[in-house]
Design a protein around this ligand. Structure first.
Ligand SMILES: [Zn+2]
Length: 229
């Protein structure tokens, strides 16, 4: 049983990392495909509002545009899923074993990351072509690049914007992977702890599961060391 999208823990520390974590990333169970929390276009809409990539008013405009053009809606969902996998590949290549990415074949990973970055650049260029320069008169006045002027493409465009933001501005030495080989879930997060020692996406969940497992293993080992006479 999977948590509802509205209860999905947001642990990434950035909407783009939370996007990566809308797909299960742990050890696959019985060869089943990993569960995707972005089940359809309406789930995507709800999630985008929840993480603050679009406002409620914008969601209304997207909903209207997608209702009128379901093919574009499906293409939007597919684009977001592609961006999600490209970002995952790009970030994995930045995470060494000590930050949770054990058994990574470095060379294959960096080739995949390079290809993913080319794809992401293409998505971002298209989003930028649809963006507009907006003057905010104020003190101080500001000119900003506003992404998402075309409602039907607003969600993929804001997703591309968030993705570029994390890749270009985040401290990538702070990207961690919840350690799968130690019982973690494989989600990515930005470690914002002062000393950079966070290992688990959620201590209350992945961290304590792993701790309980270690304790059981230790007890079992102790029993084997001291067989009853
Ligand atoms: Zn985890």
């Amino acid at each position: 049983m999977h948590a509802d999208l509205s209860e999905l823990p947001l642990v990434g520390g950035h909407p783009a990392l939370d996007l990566v974590n809308t797909l299960e990333r742990g050890v696959p169970i019985d060869g089943e495909p990993p569960y995707d929390y972005l089940t359809d276009t309406s789930a995507l809409l709800r999630w985008t509002v929840r993480v603050g990539l679009i406002s409620d008013a914008e969601a209304t405009r997207v909903r209207r545009a997608w209702r009128a053009d379901t093919a574009t809606a499906q293409a939007g969902l597919a684009a977001v899923r592609d961006i999600r996998e490209e970002l995952h590949l790009a970030l994995l290549a930045t995470i060494p074993p000590e930050r949770g990415n054990a058994n990574s074949p470095a060379e294959a990973e960096s080739i995949a990351a390079g290809a993913a970055l080319v794809e992401l650049h293409g998505r971002w260029s298209a989003a930028t072509a649809r963006a507009a320069l907006v003057l905010d008169v104020g003190e101080p006045p500001k000119v900003r690049l506003a992404y998402g002027t075309v409602p039907a493409m607003l969600i993929p465009d804001r997703t591309a914007e968030a993705t570029l933001d994390v890749l270009l501005t985040a401290d990538l030495t702070r990207v961690r992977r919840c350690p799968v080989d130690e019982g973690g879930c494989g989600w990515l997060f930005l470690d914002q702890s002062r000393n950079g020692s966070r290992r688990w996406c959620r201590m209350a969940d992945c961290g304590s599961t792993a701790k309980a497992r270690r304790l059981t293993e230790r007890r079992r080992a102790t029993r084997t060391d001291n067989p009853p006479r």
